[in-house]
Ligand binder design. Structure first.
Ligand code: NBP
Length: 482
């Protein structure tokens, strides 16, 4: 009997996905560049299963049922191109290559188009959930050649996480790089969620002087509220974790954050598309700032930074912080969905935002109860342009406003950096302001560069230039927006 699917790449993700597929009754053929890893896998975790090995790409191809489905779980970038180049001459028309790595979506756009010319279908799929997700149910976000989806769908939906209603956290996202785009935004939102939690932690630790056990209890309680999520849950575990000397391990970890690029790509795409994705972008910059450790140590001394003590009723501050965190999180998701909407319009992907929320409901790092409410919001209005306008989320934003402002103002007053919570509030203040000071900005642009402006008392699209000093000419610059 031939294999149902081949997987190339036997690192943590590949091995666990293969074991997951095997659990669901699929016969998987496993291949890896370094052949010893195939043997190690077959004699180790795959021992006693139906998984078979392939020591060359030709052997892999020969062992698969037609149309062949071959999934790459290798390092993103050139490695994927190199495997595609080697596989194509061995495949038949109608065969399917799937890239399950963290690929930047323009690469997927390119690969879908190039392989289409050769009659090979290509799926670029985000896979989230890390090692445990891959093994027991990840969130899977596939996009690319729609013709390939019916062949891959049963396998992917079988191995994916399921919601409490047993719906698979995996569905077709859209053409071209839509799946990898949605995975990229997922990772950007993950950056935002993590940063928001760290800001709450610093406020509690430095501002309120709380112990780690106290903070752990707070996160345990928060996990019983609308903030219920995987990241809040693991934060409570981390805060309670003691090193061998009995002290909290988290305080022994160097405060410089790593990043592998997906948050940065999300920010870059937001800038390219003109979407004010402020919270996620601040989260990326917060990681950049954290990496300037030596400079920060020097600057703290240079500026004689004082302790940032927050006075007042501790319980009231904790509740205010919870509300600020929840409201900020709504803004982060609202901005992320704005970005997906713009990308969907620009690329003709016709994204289903309710389905996206459903795919993130289980298995992935940002899984949370909150995503069910997002799905409901898009079920009510699939064209919702701002998540915060949905009645459920609008109610939370309005109820949290006073607490959110108190926390933001206090953080500024005492010097606790909270870039994501404060930028979220500033975004909402801007978004809910019908007249912003951009009129003055337009006047400045026209003053120094004759960039022209529109008038509130004339139809939109009519442009004016003023000779502000009486010395300039009447020639205006070409009017366009980049
Ligand atoms: P890695 O990203 O560490 O990649 C390891 C695999 O890539 C191995 O099979 C390795 O083969 C192969 N590889 C490399 Br590295 N360089 C190669 C080359 N020049 N030629 C051929 N093969 C090469 O594995 P991973 O952490 O399992 O992740 C796989 C993909 O899934 C990545 O795109 C990752 O971003 C994504 N992802 C990871 C996670 C996670 O939690 N780790 C979560 C979600 C998505 P070798 O054994 O011969 O060196």
């Amino acid at each position: 009997m031939k294999g149902d699917i081949g997987v190339i790449g036997l690192a943590v993700m590949g091995q666990n996905l293969i074991l997951n597929m095997n659990d669901h009754g699929y016969k998987v053929v496993a291949h890896n560049r370094t052949a010893e890893k195939v043997d190690e896998f077959l004699q180790g975790p795959a021992k006693g299963t139906n998984i078979v090995g392939a020591y060359s790409l030709q052997e892999l191809v020969d062992k698969l049922e037609s149309p062949r489905k071959i999934m790459l779980m290798v390092r993103a970038g050139d490695v994927v191109d190199s495997f595609i180049d080697k596989l194509v001459p061995l495949l038949d028309k109608g065969d399917i290559i799937i890239d399950g790595g963290n690929t930047n979506f323009p690469d997927t756009n390119r690969r879908v188009a190039a392989l289409k010319e050769k009659g090979i279908h290509f799926i670029g799929s985000g896979v989230s959930g890390g090692e445990e997700g891959a093994r027991f149910g990840p969130s899977i976000m596939p996009g690319g050649s729609p013709e390939a989806w019916p062949f891959v769908k049963p396998i992917f939906q079988a191995i994916s996480a399921k919601t409490e209603n047993n719906e698979p956290c995996c569905d077709w996202v859209g053409n071209d790089g839509a799946g990898h785009f949605v995975k990229m935004v997922h990772n950007g939102i993950e950056y935002g969620d993590m940063q928001l939690i760290t800001e709450a932690y610093q406020f509690m630790k430095d501002g309120l002087g709380m112990t780690h056990d106290e903070m752990q209890s707070v996160f345990i309680e928060w996990n019983k509220t609308e903030l219920n999520s995987y990241l809040v849950e693991i934060t409570s575990d981390i805060l309670g974790y003691k090193d061998t000397d009995g002290e909290p391990l988290v305080e022994k970890i160097l405060d410089t954050a790593g990043q592998k690029g997906t948050g940065k790509w999300t920010g870059i795409n937001a800038l390219d598309m003109g979407i004010p994705l402020t919270l996620i972008t601040e989260s990326v910059f917060a990681r950049c700032l954290s990496s300037l450790k030596d400079q920060r140590v020097e600057a703290e001394e240079l500026f004689g930074k004082k302790e940032s003590i927050v006075e007042g009723d501790k319980q009231a501050w904790i509740e205010a912080l919870r509300q600020a965190l929840l409201a900020s999180k709504i803004i982060s998701y609202a901005q992320g969905f704005m970005l997906m909407r713009e990308a969907s319009n620009e690329n003709g992907w016709d994204l289903n935002y309710g389905n996206v929320a459903l795919m993130w409901r289980g298995g992935c790092i940002i899984r949370s109860a909150f995503l069910s409410n997002i799905r409901d919001a898009y079920d009510i209005d699939p064209e919702l342009s701002f998540l915060g306008s949905d009645s459920y989320f609008k109610g939370i934003l309005e109820n949290s406003m006073s607490a959110w402002r108190k926390v933001a103002a206090k953080s500024m007053e005492v010097g606790i950096p909270m870039p994501s919570m404060t930028s979220a509030l500033t975004f909402l203040d801007g978004y809910t302001t019908a007249r912003l000071p951009a009129n003055l900005l337009q006047a400045q642009r026209d003053y120094f560069g004759a960039h022209t402006y529109e008038r509130v008392d004339k139809p939109k699209g009519e442009f004016f230039h003023t000779n502000w000093t009486g010395k300039g000419g009447d020639v205006s610059s070409t009017t366009y927006n980049s």
